[in-house]
Structures are given as C-alpha cells and as structure tokens.
Design a protein around this ligand. Structure first.
Ligand SMILES: Nc1ncnc2c1ncn2[C@@H]1O[C@H](COP(=O)(O)OP(=O)(O)OP(=O)(O)O)[C@@H](O)[C@H]1O
Length: 636
C-alpha cells in the first residue's frame, strides 16, 4: 500500500515535464538567425518554467534552513553559558525543541523535495526534451548539411547539449543561488550584531566576485576549446569505424591510429589547459577562505574581548562563515562545471542552432500531382565548397529539358558528368543557382518537400539500409503496407528467397530479421533488391532509378528488369545507367558531359549521330563481341 503511494508521488513529479510536448512550436533550427547563448538557454528553460521555479524555491528554503543551524548553535551555547544545568528556562527549552524539529523534520523534508525536483522532474525529462527537439530539428536539415560534417560529431553534439544545458541550469539555480542567499543573509545577521563582524564576509564576497570576473571568461574559453576537441575526437573515431571496410581494405590501421592519435593529442592538451585554469581557481579560493575564517574568528574574539558581542554571537559567527568557506568550494566546483557545460552547449549550438538548410519556403504549398511532367528550365548549379562559398565550376550548366508524362528518359555519361546532381536537384536536395525545375508545372522551390517526394520512387546508388528489420526497411516505401504486400514487393524484386533464409543473431527470421547497421549483413546485390522492393511497394507515379541494378548479377538483373519494365509502364521515369544495354529501349536518352547535355535522342538516333553515345555503345558492345568471338573460337 505504502509502495503505491510512493510510486504515485514519484510519478507525479516525473510527469511534470512532458518530453514530447508541442514540439513544432519549439524547433530551434527553424530560426533564420543563430541565437546567443542566453537565448538558446531560454528557449529550453522557458518550456519548463514551473519546474525551475520549484527548484529555485527549494534552493532558497534549503539555504535559509541551513542558516538557522549556526544560529541555533550560537543560541544554545548562550543558554548553556548562562543557565544552570538543572534549571533551563522554558523559553530556552522551547527554542531547543524548535531546533530539534527543524533538524529532524524540516531539513530532511526540504532536502527530499529539492532532490525529487532535481532528479525526478528535471534530470531525465529536461535532458531528453532538449535532445528530442534538437534531433527533430537536425533530421529536418537538408542533405547538404550532413554532407559537410561528421555524423559522429553531430550525434555527439545532440547527446551532449541536453545534459550540459540541464546541469549548468540546475547548478546555477542551486549552488550559486544557495551561496547568494546564505551569504547575504549571513552578512545581515552579523551586521545586526556589529558591522565589524560582517566586514570579513563582505570583503570575501567582493574578492570572490573579482576572482569570478577573472576566471569565468578564461574557463569558458578553455572549456569551449575542450568541447570542440572532444567533438572532433568523437568525429574522428566514428569516421574510422564507419569506413572500416576501406580502412581494412587498404591496410590503413597505422594511418588511422595516427589520425585518432592527433585528435587525442589535441583533446589532451585542451584538457590540460582547461584543468590548469581550474586548479589555479581552486587554490585561489582556498586561500580566500582561509582569510575569511581567520579574519572572522580574529574580529569575533576581539569584539567579545571588548564586550561588544556575547559568546553566543561568537559561536554563531564562526560556523556561519565556516559553512560559507565549505560551500564556496562546492560552488566553485559547480561553477567550473557550469562553464565547462556552457562550453559544451556552445559547441552543440554549432550544429543544433543553425538556420535550416533547404527547409520548406514559408509559404510552401503541398504538391498537386497531375500527370507527372518534369521540366528543367535553363538550370545551372554549382556545389558549395566547405568554406560555404559557391564553387566556380558549374556542375550543371544551362540544362533545359522537358520530360513528358509517362516518358522514360535515361541519363548516361562519364563519371562526374552531373547525372546524380540532376536527380538531386529534381528532388530539391539542393537549390538551383539559375533557372527552375517544375514538376507538373509547379516549381519545386515553392513546394512542401515531403509532399512531392511522396510521389517519387527512388532507387539510389547508395543502398545502405537502416539498422532495423527487413519488414521495417521495405515498409519505408509505404508504412501502411501489410506483410502480404511487403512479401509481394520482395518477390517482384527477387528478394523473397534470400529473405526467407535470413536469421539474425537474436534468432529472428525472414521479414523480422535485423539487417545490421547500414545493411552490412547483406550483400550489395541483396541490399539493392531490398531498395527495389521498397520502390515496388511505394508505387509512386514518378520513378528515379540511379544505377538501380548495378550491383546485381546479369541473371537476376534480367529477371528484375522484366518486373521493373512493368512498374515503369505509364509512369514518368528517369534512369541513370552506366550499362547502356539496360536503357537502350528508353524513349529518350540524354548524354551528359561536364554538366551539360551533349546529346539527346533515342537509341537509333544517337547511334546515327555517331557522337559520344555511339562511341560508348561501341565500347560497351566490344567486350561482348570479343566474348562471343572467344566463345565461337573455343575448341569444341
Ligand atoms: N556534395 C558535393 N559537393 C561538392 N561537389 C560535388 C558533390 N557531389 C558531387 N559533386 C561534384 O559534382 C560533379 C558531378 O557529380 P555527380 O555525382 O552528379 O556525377 P555523376 O555523373 O552522377 O557521376 P557517377 O557516374 O560517378 O555517379 C562531380 O565533379 C563531383 O565532384
């Protein structure tokens, strides 16, 4: 029965902050400008004001209750010094009784309240509210955003910003506020007895303030550098693990060691620099506290000797300042943690508090599908360089083409000629620098991106899968699909057989088997077939096939090609291919060279033109002729 009440009480506190609250209104990445640190803090704190006010009140009451203890010690000493042991006046007895109640009941109760608000209400919920909102903002960033940073570093920033922001806020509201409440009250209490007695505490506060003024900016700056070094280190390590295949393949372990070693060395020296500052700051405080204690004791004894204060006041003053000295170490620890955490938050802001790249325009409209026409109208585009400037090279150069509804168009051309970039522009992963791209007469820049991408099925070159089950991966094409529909899509993509035999390390089989991070437990061809199954399931009216069957053996490719041809019927298709034989039957073929359209026409027309395409065709046919020749001349 008791347990139920205890659980209920904990639950009440745990539910005070709703992590997934009203998130659309709180997306920081929607900001068009970057926030200051204070604005960034306020953005999150303002969402949990109630809990923060409770924490603030609990901290204030704790300081006042703690303050009463030296006062009571002083009072009791006073009573004992003047009264006889068998005859304590009833007023003194009452005061001792009140002190007992405060120590035995009130103090534990208020500490419990403080802890329950800090731990149950704030710790987990506030941290994860920040992480959730930051992740939501980041995942909506444009593709280009993720291309220009380490995934590990971005993840580290999302993970670190939450706890650091929470810890620094809680420490400010508890430690700093405690010291202020306790210290100012002490000065008032001592000054009411004698201003000389309060002078050391007063002086201590001024020197403490000066120390803070000197150390805080330096601590912040070094913490910033430390945090940056930590993110860089995580990024370097994660990058090695992510690309482990390349590392092994090229026997680059030594080089990778050096790469991570460099990052670790930068981190160590940033750490040393930060800790040097912390050690100097702590030592200065210890000296300051020693001065406070000896000055208060000296002044107190002198005043008592002069007869200006009683022994009770002297016995109150010494533990009062002793508590300030004790706490100042704790507060200093908290302060250095606060600034280390502010540094981490500032580092996190480099990823989290960024204007959204390639977000929807403010008045973006939902896409209205009509018949699937696509127009590239005098499109030019250059990628941005890592310093944010636009590359001088035109990666797409004044391209104009109209693709009619239901038309199948192939794009061929040498590597780096801009084929995939054309597709990225159509999907609005990047914005054109000149011209416009229209789908069904609607400029993609004025459309809600998710609304038109719903109508486009894409099999891309990079067929990495999510670390989830086969079922979840295929359902990425259409969440509402039934298991039977998923099985049918897998059958069409010739993936049903190998999926049936899949077993993961937890014994899950078939559709429920997990595929491993980025699908590495599957072969390249198997991953590609899962990606094709997704597109079968999505059943979108516009298809983009970027080297969709490049990883397949020729038998499987032919089998799937038949299903793909059926899927393509009546849909607008753009297919990128290196193997021309797979697209020779398309309605039109575009030959790209250095970002522009070099040739355009159907297979026959392009062969007759005797240009790049004809040359490419001849080259690709050659090995086959040679092979056939070889087979013919093979001894029977
Ligand atoms: N994210 C990027 N940032 C900067 N430059 C890029 C980026 N992606 C591609 N490029 C450059 O744009 C040019 C065209 O690349 P694209 O990927 O469109 O070529 P492609 O014809 O699809 O090549 P492939 O056949 O090898 O896939 C290349 O010079 C490439 O270096």
């Amino acid at each position: 029965m008791h347990l139920i009440w205890v659980n209920l009480m904990y639950k009440t506190f745990e539910r005070m902050i709703e992590i997934f609250r009203d998130h659309e209104a709180h997306e920081i990445a929607d900001n068009t400008r970057r926030s200051s640190v204070l604005e960034f803090y306020w953005h999150y704190i303002s969402q949990v004001k109630g809990a923060m006010i409770l924490l603030f009140l609990a901290g204030s009451v704790t300081a006042i209750v703690d303050l009463s203890i030296p006062i009571f010690i002083g009072s009791i000493t006073g009573y004992v010094a003047h009264a006889k042991s068998d005859n304590l006046p009833s007023g003194d007895l009452r005061a001792i009784f009140i002190m007992a109640i405060i120590i035995i009941v009130v103090r534990p109760a208020i500490h419990f309240f403080h802890d329950v608000v800090t731990n149950q209400t704030i710790a987990a919920n506030f941290t994860n509210l920040i992480r959730w909102q930051n992740h939501r903002g980041l995942i909506r960033q444009g593709w280009g955003f993720f291309q220009s940073d380490f995934a590990g570093r971005i993840a580290n920033r999302v993970m670190q910003t939450g706890p650091s922001l929470r810890e620094s806020t809680v420490a400010t509201l508890t430690a700093v506020w405690y010291l202020l409440t306790y210290g100012v009250s002490s000065i008032i209490i001592l000054a009411r007895q004698s201003w000389e007695l309060s002078a050391p505490v007063f002086g201590w506060f001024i020197l403490y303030g000066l120390l803070m003024w000197f150390f805080i900016p330096r601590l912040t700056q070094r913490s910033n550098l430390l945090s940056k070094a930590r993110s860089g280190l995580t990024g370097a390590i994660v990058d090695s693990y992510t690309n482990i295949h390349t590392v092994k393949l090229f026997a680059k372990s030594e080089d990778e060691d050096q790469f991570v070693r460099d990052a670790l060395e930068s981190h160590t020296s940033a750490f040393h620099a930060s800790l040097r500052m912390v050690t100097t700051w702590m030592t200065s405080l210890t000296v300051l506290n020693a001065l406070l204690l000896s000055a208060t004791t000296g002044v107190g004894i002198w005043l008592w000797h002069e007869g200006s204060i009683s022994v009770g006041i002297l016995v109150t003053a010494v533990p009062l300042v002793w508590q300030i000295a004790n706490m100042s170490g704790w507060v200093a620890n908290n302060l250095s943690a606060i600034f280390e955490n502010i540094g981490t938050v500032q580092d996190g802001m480099r990823s989290v508090d960024r204007p959204r790249i390639m977000g929807d325009a403010p008045l973006a409209k939902p896409f209205a599908y009509k018949e699937g026409s696509i127009v590239f109208d005098d499109v030019s585009f250059s990628y941005h360089q890592s310093d944010g400037t636009v590359d001088e090279i035109k990666h797409i150069d004044e391209v104009s083409i109209t693709i009619h509804p239901g038309e199948r168009v192939a794009i061929v051309g040498p590597s780096g000629s801009g084929k995939s970039t054309m597709v990225s522009l159509l999907l609005r992963f990047f914005d054109v620098n000149k011209g416009r791209i229209l789908i069904d007469g609607q400029d993609v820049r004025g459309l809600q991106q998710e609304s038109f991408r719903q109508f486009v099925g894409v099999v891309s070159q990079d067929t990495s899968l999510l670390h989830r089950s086969i079922l979840d991966n295929v359902r990425y094409g259409r969440q509402s699909a039934t298991r039977v529909e998923v099985e049918e899509a897998l059958r069409k993509a010739r993936a049903d057989e190998f999926v049936l035999n899949l077993v993961d390390s937890f014994g899950r089989v078939g559709l429920d088997a997990q595929v491993g991070e980025r699908g590495i437990k599957l072969s390249g061809g198997q991953r590609q077939r899962i990606a094709i199954a997704r597109v079968f399931l999505k059943n979108a009216p516009i298809l983009i096939l970027d080297e969709a069957t490049s990883a397949l053996d020729s038998v499987t490719e032919q089998e799937i090609q038949h299903e793909l041809d059926e899927l393509m019927a009546g849909r607008t298709v753009i297919a990128i291919a290196h193997r021309i034989s797979t697209i020779a039957h398309f309605d039109r073929i575009i030959v790209m060279a250095n970002g522009h359209i070099a040739e355009i026409g159907n297979h026959q027309e392009l062969l007759q033109a005797k240009g790049h395409y004809a040359e490419l065709w001849a080259r690709q046919s050659q090995p086959m002729n040679f092979r056939q020749e070889a087979i013919r001349s093979f001894p029977k």
